[in-house]
Ligand binder design. Sequence first.
Ligand SMILES: *Cc1c(COP(=O)(O)O)cnc(C)c1O
Length: 408
Amino acid sequence: MSCVSFDVQKIREDFPILKRKVNGHSLVYLDNAATSQKPQAVIDCMVDYYSNYNANIHRGVHTLSQEATDAYEVARKKIQNHFGITHPEEVIFTSGTTHAINLVANGFSSFLKKGDEVLVSAMEHHSNIVPWQMLCERTGATLKVIPMNETGELVMEDFEKLLSESTKLVFVNHVSNALGTINPIEEIIIKAHKVGAAVLIDGAQSCAHIKPNLNALDVDFYVTSAHKMCGPTGVGMLYGKKEWLEKLPPYQGGGEMIKEVTFEKTTYAGLPHKFEAGTPNIAGGIAFGAAIDYLNEIGFKEITAYEDGLLSYATLELLKIEGLKIYGTSKNKTSVISFNLDGIHPYDVGTIVDKLGIAVRTGHHCAQPIMDYYKIPGTVRASFSFYNTKEEVDKLVEAVKRAKMMLS
Ligand SMILES: *Cc1c(COP(=O)(O)O)cnc(C)c1O
């Protein structure tokens, strides 16, 4: 961590929650893969909306409604620019990743038939498995799994063997929330397109660490949640190529998504409104834009370099503990460390470190198939953000040592 331009103490000042005490200790927040903390700029943005221009959007001619609509559409533009998206109407606001995936899965019901195949990776989050299972049940298509290996990487030779003219859709996460693996999505997209399959990338875990250029990636769909990238809960993005979004049927019916309604027939509104039925999370959408501004002010290069430093240091220090095993050892990974102590249940480790003010995740991390692969009930997962410090890593290591002493 030689990056002198990166002043982590100054950055920590932006996050009011980091001043909290938990169980008498300063909070050490290492559950960033579940949700990130929020900087004051994002909190202020939501307070400002509710205090000064709260109104429903796209509906009123009055001043407040226009101000709210403008701010919401400015946020859409910020998302568009950040992700290198060609048209603003290719950005659909959703309630999050799960909602976005379900929207696409539901839409594909009308395109799939028996004999078609859908590929998902072995390291998917449950929200990227269940909707496809439901889709396959509805359509008679077959769900196939791209296997992974012991280091937590996808077996690309097997992926190529699975691809055929029957493959209609490929779904892979950009980064695994349970292992931290960064998947080779460029290669996956190119190869899937060669057989004519569409690709959806789940970016819920990547977007706090990586700034993807979706136009350059030529991906068909990309989804993410604001809350994992310093934004509020309850809002996220579906990116879809215009051609796809125009073909997909609407997901929910309601206000805002229609052009004309009679009891005989309704004509749908154009993009993006066709997929944005009802009053959206207005404050959340605007604050999603503020979160993107905040992250870009720090800079993704800086974030990645700093987090890589933390990851290497934490990996090195944790591995000094005898009987500690790390799951997910891909060379290409973000700052997630999933581990277990030999013979000790992850839940017990999590409970002891919490007593010391350290928040880690324990369990299957909504990725049970990965746990089944390693034949373990779950792991302890420490996931780091750019506001974590080397001193916090030291505290974690000490706490894990203590847990080991108490439990073995
Ligand atoms: C968190 C996460 C999800 C689910 O996101 P929600 O915000 O809960 O909808 C899906 N996939 C991955 C990889 C995740 O990390």
